[in-house]
Each structure stands twice: as C-alpha cells, then as structure tokens.
Design a protein around this ligand. Structure first.
Ligand code: COA
Ligand code: AMP
Length: 632
C-alpha cells in the first residue's frame, strides 16, 4: 500500500495518471479524450470528451450490479418519529418516476431546477431526478429568507422549483409555501412550475396552473431513463456567501465530481461499499451535497438522512442512538454540534447508554476544530477525530487526514496535510511562497483536482476576480493560516468578510447591506466575533443619522428583525450596538479587522492612519456592553 506521501507526490507530479486511474471507479458511457484539459488556463477541465450520467452511477448501476435490495437511504426523523428505509431498487423507481414527472413539465437536459426542501428523502429524489435528466439543480437551504431565495431564483432562472410544504426545526413547524410564494413574487424570473411535496404536518395551499402535487406527479409519470451528459456539463449550482450580498453560484461538473466523490469515500473516509455512512448536515450545504447525497451513493454505501439536531431532538444522546441503531461506521458533522452535545452532557452519560460497535471515526469540518473540542470528542469516543478543511468551492477536503491511505499522527488544531491533488501553499501579500510556520494567505497551486469549481454560474469574470486574479497561478482560498515544519496545515480564519456561524457560511457584507437600508442608519459595520458555542457570531455596529433620537433598544430590535427577515434566521444576527462613529483610516476605510480583534480580546495596535483613536475605545465599550470579548 502506498504511503500518504507517495500518493500525494504522484497526484501533483502526474495528475492525469492519478485521476485517470481513479476514474476507473466510475461507469462511463464514453471514456474521456483527455483527463486534464489545460488548454485554457486558469479554466482547467477534467475528463473532456467523456460522457456519463451521475444518477446512473449513484443508483442504477448498483441495482444492476446486485445492490438492489441494499438500503440506499435511512431516513431517521426524531422530529416526526419516522424511520424509513429505502432500498436502491425502490430509490431507482422513485427517482425515475419523479424524473418522468419533471420531464412532463418541460424539464430537460441543461434546464435549471431550484430545490427548496427540508431533510427528507424527497430532497435526494429531487436532486437525483434532475441529475437523471441532465438538468442542473440548485438547492437552497431552508433557513434562508424569501429574499435570499429570490436572489438565487433570479440568478439560476429555474424552469421549475421543487419544494415541500414545511420544514421542522426541533419543535417548530415552518410552512414553506408562504416563503416560496413571497420569493417568487420578489423574483423577476418566474418559474413555470412548482412541484410541492405535501407533508402531513402542513398542507400547502396550491396555486392553480403553477403548482403540481409531487406525489401525484411521481405516481402517474412514465419512468425516465438516464440521459447522457458530457463530463464537463454542469451537475449543479450551489450558491455560497461571498463578500457582498450577491452570493456566488458555484458550478459543479458531472465527470470530475463523480470521480473525486468515489475516490474520497475510500481514501479520505476509509469506508467500503455497503457500509453505513452518516453526514449530519443539511442538503442545503456542500457537505450535504457531497456526503449525504452524491459520494455515499456513487460508492454504494447506505446514507442517513437525519431530520433532527444534535441536542433537543429529544436529547444530546441522539447521535449515539442513530449510530447504534443503524450501524454507522463514519460520522461527519461540524465541531459546533459537538460543543452543543458537550454543553448538555459534558460527562458523556448519554453516550454510555449505547453500543457503538461499528463506529470507527468522527470527521469534522465547517470551521476549525478547536483543541478543546478535539480533546473532549476524542476522549469520549476513543476513536480518531479528524478535522478536515474544505469549502463549497472544492466539494471535498483540501486538507485532511486521509485515513484510507494512511492515518497520520493527529495534531489538535490542524487539519493535517494537503489532500492528494491540492498543492497547498502559504503566500505573502506579494505572491511569495512562505516557509514553515510563517502565516499568510492559503492558496492552492493550479490546477485544482477534479470536482472543484470550473467557474461561477454565468460569471467567468467574477470567478477570475474572486479566485484566480489575486495570486496568479494559484487558487485563492480566502483563508489565512500556516503550515508547520512537518507540512501540517493550520487554518486560522478568513481574510474576507465571510464568517462561519455554527458551521454555516455567511457574509457580513450582506448583513451590512440590509442594515444600511434602515431609514435611521447613517452607516454600519458587521464583524464576526469569536463565540464559545457557534465558533463565530455576527455583531453589528450602527451609527445613526443626525437628529435621530430613539431608544437604542427599539432600533436594535428593528435591525435584528430586518436581518432575520431579509437573510434568514440562519444568520443568527442578534447583537448590534449603536455607536457614535465607526473607527476608520483617514482615507475612510472602516477598521473591521481591528474591531474584530477587540471583540475577540486579541492584542491590537491601532494603525497609524487612523482618523480618530477614540472611535476604537468607543467600540471596545460598546462590545463590553453586549458581552464581548467572551470569557473562555
Ligand atoms: N430552516 C429554517 N430555519 C432554520 C433552519 C432550517 N433548515 N436551520 C436553522 N434554522 C434556524 C434555527 O431554528 C434558528 O432559529 P432561531 O433564531 O429562531 O432559534 C436559527 O436558524 C439559527 O440556527 P442554528 O445556528 O443552527 O442554531 P440552533 O441553536 O438552532 O442550533 C446547532 C445550533 C449547533 C445545534 C446546529 O447549528 C447544528 O447542529 N450545527 C451543526 C451541523 C451543521 O448543520 N453543519 C453545517 C455544515 S457541516
Ligand atoms: P463552506 O463553503 O460553507 O464549506 O465554508 C468554507 C469555509 O469554512 C472555509 O473557507 C474556512 O474558512 C471554513 N472551514 C471549513 N472547514 C474548516 C476546517 N476544518 N478548519 C478551518 N476552517 C474551516
């Protein structure tokens, strides 16, 4: 067996050989002409000339290959009390019929479809039905407000939207149809059809002529076959937060994605076909796309669709119950989920109640696993706890501990080493590669490996500006950090206005855009402040227009409500201070970085270009008033 270092070196020295070999795990209609097409850098493409269907690889070929009776999906929903097991054969039938139904509504190869669904098996059916037709899905997370959904509808221009009548968040039942109606009203682009899955908890009121009942459509349709697409055709668009209010439409291709997904199941997660694999995330995030849906199914595993929370559904033992009931081998979630469990059951009393015989390893991502959380989880589980670093842009880990190749010694606080395919470098501001333990911007030397973004949806220009232009020849990750003398990667945070709240990626710039529209606000800033539970939380600062004399509490409540209504509850925007001015340089740049340091209790020096140093003291006082910096 090759060592990690051998595999890594081979992937960098001979990417075509390395990924060409990995591509044998995929069933192709037609093999590629070129593994790596580098004819138009920095637009690299993988497997050009190849043809396949992703849904065929995730479902049909397993049925044909003898896995028809194996469970493909276990839906475990503590919020409704339902546990449902769906075999590959049943899933194939349901997906083929839904695809036929979508086709009858005019959805065909190349069309886009927005999927706005909670964590139910129908969300996976919807995604796979699109993939089957060669249509491009764009899943929007349920915690986003109608305006955010409308922005995505206008960018993706879907022919149809597939949704469900409600989501269930712990004890709260959230009807979706009013949100969807509002989003369609706000959007300029109007989809031709809405396909609505009626859940028993809420009946959605249907709009004549626009809306179709999911179950009826599925039951009455002719099953659709898998439509062949080019390896380089888009499989999906997934919007993610950038530095402004307009999210970035990350594009995923079919061929490179399928290859990388299959490769990671063995090499990163060390599972085998037939194993039970569980990513406790949501289909609305990239972790959900890659590791609830595509990778486990392409690899022939059983995946778990969990509709619940790590705590409160019903208690902090639910993860252990699910692992034990279903024989889960690998669990993947965000560190914040473990902090939630630790908060409720710090001694692990609930953990002791379950037999976790099949469970081999825990993987964490979404934010850095802080050493405290690492030690707590590792002491409790007595199994490898693996931090791995990745992004919506990449679809899989840029750095991690590739247990399937070789389990490297773990260094708490580090995401271990670059995964094969990613030539990670630390750069100075003027594009010089830095040495061990020198902190800088984290970049990846081009080309990136398969499954990573080929571009942004209909926006090559923004793709170049955001990722390729800042450091020519490298992909700019937006993160800062360092690599130590052993080549271990330490990711310390973002260099832009992106923050991570409970493992969810959000844009402070987008929140500022909302607050700035309040009639009494003259200017504002939002920063991400370190939070003991959610990793980071947004904190806002608003300067009022001259002459406004209203109680701070009233204004604060209005600003919180505006962000909730326009971005969504998931922004977790609850703290905003009214301040007399914002600290700025003489040229007018707001000192957000220094404000963040004050909020986090870090040392800082006021830049010599500061306009008025008193403004920083005022920020410190305001932060103290709302509980920052937090006590460790
Ligand atoms: N639909 C609608 N609302 C949603 C939602 C959804 N799908 N998901 C979350 N929300 C709401 C929550 O109900 C909450 O609303 P509130 O302000 O009325 O209480 C708000 O958005 C913030 O949600 P969240 O940050 O998730 O906080 P929480 O207190 O509900 O849960 C955790 C905290 C840690 C338990 C939860 O975030 C979690 O399990 N995270 C880890 C797993 C994960 O999803 N990672 C993602 C990438 S791997
Ligand atoms: P997302 O696109 O939502 O997956 O968020 C990606 C961002 O989350 C990265 O750019 C990092 O800032 C952060 N992130 C994700 N995983 C990790 C990790 N394991 N360690 C440190 N930061 C992480």
């Amino acid at each position: 067996m090759a060592s990690y270092q051998e595999e890594f070196n081979r992937s960098i020295e001979d990417p075509s050989g390395f990924w060409g070999e990995a591509a044998e795990a995929i069933t192709w209609v037609k093999k590629w002409d070129k593994v790596l097409d580098d004819s138009n850098p920095p637009f690299y493409r993988w497997f050009t000339g190849g043809e396949l269907n992703t849904c065929y690889n995730a479902i049909d070929r397993h049925v044909e290959g003898g896995r028809g009776d194996q469970v493909a999906i276990i839906y475990d929903s503590p919020v409704t009390g339902v546990i449902e097991k769906i075999t590959y054969r049943e899933f194939q039938d349901r997906v083929a019929k839904l695809a036929g139904g979508l086709r009858s509504l005019g959805v065909n190869k190349g069309d886009t479809v927005v999927v706005y669904m909670p964590m139910i098996p129908q969300a996976l059916e919807a995604m796979m039905a699109c993939a089957r037709l060669g249509a491009v899905h764009s899943v929007v997370f349920g915690g986003f407000a109608p305006k955010e959904l409308a922005i995505r509808i206008d960018d993706a221009k879907p022919k149809a939207i597939i949704s469900a009548s409600c989501g269930i968040e712990g004890a709260k039942v959230l009807p979706y149809m009013p949100l969807l109606d509002k989003a369609i009203e706000l959007a300029e682009h109007k989809p031709e059809a809405v396909v609505m899955y009626q859940r028993p908890q809420v009946e959605a009121e249907m709009t004549e002529g626009r809306d179709h009942d999911y179950a009826e459509l599925q039951a009455n349709a002719e099953p659709a076959e898998c439509v062949t697409v080019a390896a380089t055709d888009p499989l999906y668009i997934l919007y993610t937060s950038g530095t402004t209010g307009i999210p970035k439409g990350i594009v995923r291709d079919n061929g490179g994605h399928a290859v990388a997904m299959a490769w990671t199941m063995k090499n990163v997660y060390n599972v085998e076909p037939g194993d039970v694999y569980w990513a406790a995330s949501d289909v609305g995030w990239v972790v959900g796309h890659s590791y609830i849906v595509y990778a486990p199914l392409i690899y022939g595993c059983t995946t778990i669709v969990f509709e619940g929370k790590p705590v409160g559904t019903p208690d902090a033992g639910v993860f252990w119950r699910v692992i034990s009931d279903h024989g889960v081998k690998v669990l993947f979630t965000a560190p914040t989920a473990f902090r939630a469990i630790k908060r409720e059951d710090s001694k692990g009393e609930l953990f002791k109640k379950y037999d976790l015989g099949d469970f081999e390893a825990l993987y964490l991502a979404g934010e850095r696993t802080d050493p405290d959380t690492y030690h707590w989880a590792s002491d409790l589980l007595q199994r490898p706890v693996i931090d791995h670093w990745w992004q919506t842009e990449t679809a899989w880990s840029i750095a991690g501990n590739c247990r399937g190749i070789e389990l490297l010694p773990i260094k708490p606080g580090s995401a271990t080493k670059p995964a094969p395919g990613y030539d990670v470098k630390i750069l100075s501001a003027d594009n010089e590669e830095l040495g061990p333990n020198e902190a800088g911007v984290v970049a990846v030397k081009l080309p990136l490996p398969p499954a990573t973004l080929p571009t942004l949806w209909n926006n090559d220009k923004r793709f170049l500006e955001s990722y390729m232009d800042p450091f020519p020849g490298y992909y700019f990750t937006g993160d800062e950090g360092y690599m130590d003398e052993d080549g271990y990667v330490f990711i310390m945070g973002r260099v832009d206005d992106v923050i991570n709240v409970a493992g969810h990626r959000l844009s402070t710039g987008a929140m500022e855009e909302v607050i700035a529209t309040h009639p009494d606000v003259a200017e504002c800033a939002v920063i991400g402040a370190a939070d003991n539970f959610k990793g980071q939380l947004p904190v806002g600062f608003a300067v009022l227009k001259a002459g406004v004399e209203r109680p701070d509490e009233e204004l604060q409540a209005e600003l919180v409500q505006m962000v909730r209504e326009q971005i969504g509850p998931i922004a977790a925007f609850k703290k905003v201070a009214i301040v007399p001015r914002l600290p700025k340089t003489r040229s007018g740049k707001i000192l957000r970085g220094t404000m963040r340091k004050i909020a986090d209790g870090d040392k800082y020096t006021a830049p010599s270009t500061i306009e008025d140093p008193v403004a920083l003291e005022e920020i410190g006082d305001a932060l103290k008033g709302i509980g920052y910096p937090q006590e460790a």
